[in-house]
Design a protein around this ligand. Structure first.
Ligand SMILES: C[S@@+](CC[C@H](N)C(=O)[O-])C[C@H]1O[C@@H](n2cnc3c(N)ncnc32)[C@H](O)[C@@H]1O
Length: 333
């Protein structure tokens, strides 16, 4: 077994894969400047066969036990249904946890294939429960469709369904209690994510809200009871007193969780990132090996090289806001 251990002793068992850096939404915090490119993909994206070869290698030979497919928006990529079916066949013989992260706009029509392909976990991004504001944040009028898709996936009984909400002060922070009510009413797990800086967004300290401030705001209306979470869970989780649903906070900016990090990322174009915030020189580009007859041994060596450069703790937010790094659509969150 080629275990993926970095120089700080962290074992990596979780791979997040961005299948495309294209998205049909233009969320303020993620993809604000790129043109709408539904149905196409960058020429240099890994092919599905290349992604499948890597998945087989990570699962069968590197000790990876969990994979999440993300983007961009995975459902805008042509051929996604066939890819999911092939992946599902592999998963039947070699079980692992399989999740997807989606903006939900095209989820309803893909729910059946997710289920039949053995997808365990579905995360859906919803940053506002108000139609006009949803459109302002995402650039598209589609909240109703996303809320319907959530009901459909709930009926399909996936092992885990989570709602991701990026909280920006002055944009949607006044909806925190509404989201808690939504979680309680629909029996959902809603995770509030601290707004992270990327070179293509307008992050600054004024627009940032820490998880502690979010929690205080929700506690004005609801009792939050701490819940014991898995050691690798990135969220701090709470039950909503006397009600259904779970509230989580993901705190990469105010309280990093680097110490228990077990994550690797594969970008749409084939770069292995050992940290969400890694710099290009800390990454390993696996595409040339995949396309030039590279062996599994060479691929493993490249991954270990990227792991060897992984920070013990990623740099602070202000430093990360500076340019030079990839955007979230390419990395996949
Ligand atoms: C890059 S998106 C891609 C998947 C899918 N299109 C979606 O909307 O969920 C994956 C996750 O990253 C989160 N994300 C993107 N940019 C972010 C930022 N600047 N700060 C915090 N979270 C961010 C999104 O909210 C989403 O949950």
């Amino acid at each position: 077994m080629n275990e993926l251990i970095d120089r700080h002793g962290r074992t990596h068992t979780y791979l997040r894969i961005s299948l495309t850096d294209h998205c049909n939404l233009h969320c303020l915090y993620c993809n604000p400047l790129l043109p709408n490119t539904v149905g196409s993909r960058r020429k240099d994206s890994l092919s599905f066969d290349e992604v499948l070869r890597l998945i087989r290698f990570f699962i069968l030979e590197c000790g990876v036990t969990k994979i999440r497919l993300t983007g961009g928006e995975l459902f805008v990529r042509k051929g996604i249904t066939g890819f999911l079916k092939t992946l599902g066949e592999f998963k039947r013989d070699h079980p692992f946890m399989l999740g997807v992260t989606t903006n939900g706009t095209l989820l309803r029509q893909h729910c059946a294939v997710l289920k039949s392909s053995g997808v365990d976990a579905v995360n859906i991004s919803v940053d506002s429960l108000r139609e006009d504001r949803y459109e302002k944040i995402t650039g598209q009028d589609g909240l109703k469709e996303v809320l319907e898709a959530i009901s459909v996936v709930q009926s399909a009984e996936f092992e885990s369904i989570k709602i991701n909400t990026v909280v920006m002060r002055g944009v949607n922070d006044d909806e925190l209690a509404e989201f808690a009510a939504f979680a309680a009413e629909k029996n959902l797990h809603v995770r509030f994510i601290e707004y992270m800086p990327f070179p293509n967004n307008a992050w600054d300290r004024q627009s940032f809200m820490s998880w502690r401030d979010m929690k205080r705001r929700i506690q004005e209306k609801y009792e939050l009871i701490p819940k014991i979470s898995d050691v690798h869970a990135v969220g701090k989780e709470y039950l909503i007193g006397g009600q259904k649903g779970i509230i989580g906070f993901i705190t990469p900016v105010s309280e990093h969780f680097c110490g228990s990090c077990n994550r690797l990322r594969l970008t749409a174009s084939g770069r292995i990132k050992a940290c969400l915030f890694s710099l290009p020189e800390q990454e390993f580009d696996v595409a040339p090996l995949l396309r030039g007859g590279g062996t599994e041994k060479e691929i493993h060596a490249g991954i270990l090289a990227a792991l060897g450069m992984k920070w013990k703790v990623h740099p602070p937010a202000e430093q990360l806001a500076a340019g030079g790094r990839s955007t979230m659509t390419g990395i996949g969150g």
